[in-house]
Write a protein that binds this ligand. Structure first.
Ligand code: SF4
Length: 366
């Protein structure tokens, strides 16, 4: 997890500066229920196949006067064969393919603008979206003791981010827009294609704050789990904390991990690092995390980026330990040494400082 965040902050691309925070509106029913598509979709609806469930694809086939098994074929072509263009759906009659295209439907896959490979095999991709905006996604391959590969996709949920955490390059670049569900799902497929390997884990730790785009994030989560068959437990949703959203996520009773980007053991320091923390005090976050644990029985992970001389002293570790003890069991702490970016006021902590803190934090992971 630490490596993902390191890459996240290291590779952020310049972004448009338009700030526009969309209201958060989500209901759990949104996870499983997606409005049935039809021939007469409104102009503003994206006519995109990727992200649709098998049931919706069957309905789409019926809407086009086809039998429902054509929908199952569409599902297979999208998620098993991973075909990118409607005209390449060779299992389907040409007339049906043409009708889909004429009605404005498309698969919803975007080209790769750039891929950068690091020495350890991690690859960062820039995906070029339909409106020419770039979004980044990272593939992290790790070989386990038995030699099998765990491939993690670190996906973005927004183009840019409106929250402006002081140490984050994405935050400095501003916010452009929320991603649609298919633009989240396609990041995972792009990583699979590049590595020629199945993605085993997904973490929402790329660009953006997932809880500010909860509806699309939950729909993408449904698709990754049900259609692409990535286990819920293999998916992590990370947030710096947006008021009222942890409760809503808990009520969905997903078996996925909630990761809180904490970065500070007290409210005063946290507000300096994460300005949005002013509207969501630490005590309220900790209470919501405890409720999340009780509701889902899933341990909450706290991400803590270590910034030299800012939050990396033993006193901070002790303060964090006390905070976590106060709120009971069901948590885990990830220490992430900061990866400096150009123009940042923050520095990476010395190795000895990180090593010194590990035993203190480690003992509070249970
Ligand atoms: S929430 Fe903060 S750390 Fe995450 S992308 Fe936005 S600005 Fe960066």
């Amino acid at each position: 997890m630490a490596r993902m965040a390191v890459f996240h902050h290291a590779y952020t691309v310049p972004l448009a500066r338009a700030i526009h925070v969309r209201a958060v509106s989500v209901a759990c029913s949104g996870i499983a229920t997606v409005t049935a598509p039809s021939l007469n979709k409104k102009k503003e609806d994206p006519q995109v196949l990727l992200g649709m469930s098998e049931q919706d694809l069957q309905q789409l086939a019926l809407d086009f006067g086809q039998q429902s098994y054509r929908g199952k074929q569409l599902h297979h072509l999208l998620y098993k064969r991973k075909v990118k263009e409607i005209q390449d759906f060779s299992h389907l009659p040409l007339a049906f393919r043409n009708e889909l295209q004429d009605a404005g439907w498309r698969v919803g896959r975007s080209p790769i603008h750039k891929a950068v490979t690091a020495n350890d095999g991690t690859v960062k991709l820039l995906v070029k979206l339909e409106d020419n905006r770039l979004v980044e996604t990272v593939g992290i391959p790790v070989k386990d003791e038995k030699g099998s590969i765990r491939l993690t996709a670190c996906v973005s949920s927004q183009v840019g981010c409106p929250l402006r955490c002081s140490f984050c390059a994405t935050g400095k670049g501003g916010f452009s827009r929320n991603l649609k569900r298919h633009e989240i799902v396609e990041q995972v497929l792009a990583i699979e294609e590049l590595f020629k390997h199945r993605v085993t884990n997904v973490v929402f730790m790329g660009m953006g704050e997932p809880m500010l785009n909860m509806k699309e994030v939950l729909e993408a989560h449904r698709c990754l789990n049900k259609d692409i068959q990535i286990g819920q437990r293999m998916i992590t949703i990370s947030t710096v904390g947006v008021p009222n959203t942890i409760k809503r996520l808990a009520s969905c009773k997903l078996q996925s991990t909630l990761a809180i980007s904490l970065h500070a053991p007290n409210q005063k320091l946290r507000e300096k690092l994460v300005p949005s923390a002013k509207s969501y005090p630490l005590d309220a976050i900790m209470k919501d995390c405890r409720d999340y644990f009780h509701e889902t029985s899933r341990r909450v992970s706290f991400e803590y980026t270590l910034l030299a001389g800012v939050n990396d002293e033993v006193g901070h570790a002790k303060e964090l330990a006390e905070l976590l003890h106060e709120w009971g069991p069901g948590y885990h702490v990830n220490l992430i040494p900061y990866n400096p970016v150009d123009g940042s006021e923050y520095k990476r902590p010395y190795k000895k400082s990180v090593c010194g803190l590990h035993p203190t934090f480690g003992s509070f992971s249970h």
